[in-house]
Design a protein around this ligand. Structure first.
Ligand SMILES: NC(=O)c1ccc[n+]([C@@H]2O[C@H](COP(=O)([O-])OP(=O)(O)OC[C@H]3O[C@@H](n4cnc5c(N)ncnc54)[C@H](OP(=O)(O)O)[C@@H]3O)[C@@H](O)[C@H]2O)c1
Length: 371
């Protein structure tokens, strides 16, 4: 396990890194550098994609742009939004993740410059496409113009024209590193899961070597997942992987995700920390009693609430990868304690009282401000 004091030498004031190569040590315990190979992270196979992935992946939604909807994003970035500073910060977190054994990275066309930052990092560090799995998403266009206070941050369009345009853009940036291409937030209402033109294009991309996934959001995730599992083109299931929100407050997609797993579809869990609501940053008085319970359970396990919440995801036998959405190296290290947490029946029973109804959960999420 990585010592919480380990950190790459990243100077936030100047945005510079002093030890950026993954071929050499980039993590330190105190003043002692540790070899990357010393870091341990369990891996698994991402369903029928066949990709060998780390159980904890890193999502770049908070790293690729100035504005995001997690509780304290603006505080994490400390007002330092210049593109080179944002890129250096993203690279420092990517280095720390790589050093800890993270081998799945998750981006999207709409995460600002996330694909570009990731592509530069993969190239600069000379990372062989065979040693990492990269997923990205199409379906939303980034419209915030590098502002945290934009009126509209992203625009959804699940058309064939947008699929073709964004596939080209993602491939231009990520080249042969792009392994998995996901519909971004497919819902029943968007109609994309019944759009034959789009589904046939996805089947063509699959036949040409990409693995195809979808992410789902909203109170009807389970229904969308089941609909996706039924999508067949020319006798073949189109979707190799599903990415869904599952956390201690919103576990309703569990049965559908379990079904996906049983059918060999890879399962990636996002928003495991409920956008920061399951961390020490949540000071909402209405959440105080549940926060106390989480803190008690975490303290008894000798860990933090964020690691406990992530461990709760890893305890589901149908989960392949849980995403860390860390915006800083400290958050990443705290998150990466999750695989070492011993999840037992007592914790399982206690966290059962935390869940909200899906409708309440998603209406609270819809009210979180971009910052
Ligand atoms: N529809 C989709 O396809 C979709 C939607 C959402 C996310 N995703 C994917 O899932 C990934 C993770 O999701 P997410 O970031 O939205 O949600 P999340 O994992 O539930 O929340 C991550 C946030 O929690 C906070 N946090 C983490 N560790 C912390 C710590 N130790 N102490 C205090 N705060 C901590 C940070 O937010 P603050 O510091 O800002 O409070 C961090 O950005 C994304 O990067 C993306 O790849 C996909």
């Amino acid at each position: 396990m990585i010592d919480s004091k380990c950190s790459p030498r990243y100077d936030a004031d100047t945005g510079t890194l002093t030890n950026p190569s993954p071929g050499t040590a980039v993590l330190f315990r105190g003043d002692t550098p540790i070899a990357l190979e010393d870091a341990h992270m369990d891996t698994t196979t991402l369903g029928r994609t066949g990709f060998v992935v780390s159980r904890v992946g890193l999502g770049l939604a908070a790293l690729g742009r100035p504005g995001y909807i997690n509780l304290g994003h603006s505080a994490d970035l400390r007002g330092e939004h210049a593109v080179p500073v944002m890129e250096a910060r993203a690279h420092a977190v990517l280095d720390a993740a790589w050093g800890a054994g993270v081998r799945y990275f998750d981006a999207a066309r709409s995460y600002g410059r996330a694909e570009e930052f990731l592509a530069h990092w993969l190239d600069a560090r000379g990372i062989d496409p065979a040693s990492v799995t990269v997923g990205s998403k199409w379906g939303y266009t980034y419209t915030a113009d590098w502002r945290a206070d934009a009126a509209t941050h992203e625009v959804k369009e699940h058309s064939l024209a947008n699929l073709r345009r964004q596939t080209h853009e993602s491939r231009t940036l990520l080249g042969t590193h792009l392994d998995l291409y996901q519909i971004h937030s497919a819902t029943l209402e968007s109609g994309v899961l019944a759009d034959r033109e789009v589904l046939e294009e996805l089947a063509r991309l699959r036949a040409a070597g990409l693995r195809i996934g979808l992410s789902v959001s909203g109170p009807r995730q389970g229904e969308a997942i089941r609909r996706a599992l039924d999508v067949i083109v020319e006798g073949e299931r189109v979707f190799d992987c599903v990415q869904a929100t599952w956390n201690l407050l919103e576990p309703s997609a569990g049965p559908a995700l379990e079904q996906a797993h049983t059918l060999g579809v890879g399962v990636i869990v996002k928003e495991a920390l409920a956008n920061g609501r399951l961390t020490g940053r949540n000071d909402d008085p209405a959440f105080a009693a549940r926060r106390r319970l989480l803190e008690e359970l975490a303290a008894r396990s000798g860990t933090t609430t964020d690691a406990l919440a992530l461990a709760g995801v890893l305890a589901r036998p149908w989960v392949d990868v849980v995403l860390s959405g860390a915006a800083t190296i400290d958050q990443l290290h705290s998150n990466l304690a999750a695989p070492a947490v011993r999840w037992d029946e007592r914790i399982e029973e206690a966290v059962g009282s935390l869940a909200e109804t899906p409708e309440d959960y998603w209406s609270i999420r819809a009210r979180l401000p971009w910052n």
